[in-house]
Design a protein around this ligand. Structure first.
Ligand SMILES: Cc1cc2nc3c(=O)[nH]c(=O)nc-3n(C[C@H](O)[C@H](O)[C@H](O)COP(=O)(O)O)c2cc1C
Length: 236
């Protein structure tokens, strides 16, 4: 009889151990685990996730600023005779700036020259050439202090094969040591014109990435999709 009771007890112990092993995760825990994986696996721009994310603050706490200069973002412009092609009322460089801001978040601010440029191409071309030949440093205003940010996207058009001179004023005004600079620019054939290396020379203690450039006048859908994949390659 004692033997039978001992056998029955052993069977009971084995059964209860098996039951415990199977219930390592409660149904709620299982659901939580599944939810966590789904959240991690959800694409960056998943609509539901995007609605919950405050685009003014990137998720990792990184402070991001998008600054850009474009001769057309502050003047009343005749779009036919203007110095640069406008797309849906937005200049080429500004279009990229807005797309970066929409995707990454953070702040966005234009670099506004103290003096308006003319709106006709020949007039802007003459003024820009004089500035370059004279080594001018045109004054500008900016509504934020860019050195308060970790990562600064900086945009401009190519003028006379290089950055507009106001960008030299900009880089000489601020010390971006320890910051990450991500340039972008528009052009009519010069691509980046060696300007990313120029920025490296001007800001030797910053990390200056290779940027994105596109021909001014490229349609918005193309710019949007190119900028998206460029940013995705940078981890945004
Ligand atoms: C004064 C001036 C000089 C320019 N010089 C060049 C140049 O050397 N190389 C080039 O590829 N494009 C040049 N361009 C074309 C602009 O880079 C191009 O139109 C750009 O998209 C303008 O950007 P925005 O619309 O944001 O101002 C020049 C345009 C202007 C107004």
């Amino acid at each position: 009889m004692k033997k039978i009771i001992a056998i029955l007890l052993s069977i009971l112990i084995v059964l209860s151990l098996v039951a415990c092993g199977a219930s390592e995760s409660t149904p709620t825990e299982k659901a939580e685990e599944t939810k966590a994986v789904e959240t991690t696996a959800a694409p960056r721009n998943d609509t539901e996730t995007a609605q919950q994310v405050d685009t003014s603050a990137p998720e990792n706490g990184e402070k991001v600023l998008v600054v850009y200069f474009s001769a057309n973002n502050y003047s009343d412009v005749d779009t036919v005779s203007s110095a640069t092609p406008m797309i849906d009322g937005v200049s080429a460089t500004e279009l990229i700036a807005q797309k970066i801001h929409d995707t990454v978040g953070g702040e966005i601010a234009p670099i506004i020259p103290a003096e308006d440029y003319p709106t006709g191409y020949n007039e802007v071309a003459d003024q820009a050439k004089n500035e370059r030949d004279n080594g001018d440093r045109p004054a500008f205003t900016l509504s934020v202090d860019p050195t308060e940010y970790d990562t600064i996207f900086i945009g401009y058009p190519i003028w006379w094969y290089e950055m507009p001179m106001v960008m030299d004023t900009f880089f000489e005004t601020y010390d971006f040591s320890g910051k990450t600079i991500i340039p972008f620019n528009t052009h009519a054939g010069s691509r980046d014109g060696g300007t990313y290396d120029d920025i490296r020379d001007l800001e030797p203690n910053a990390t200056v990435m290779d940027g994105y450039n596109v021909t001014g006048g490229t349609d918005k859908a193309t710019v949007d999709s190119e900028v998206e994949s460029w940013l995705s390659g940078l981890g945004y």
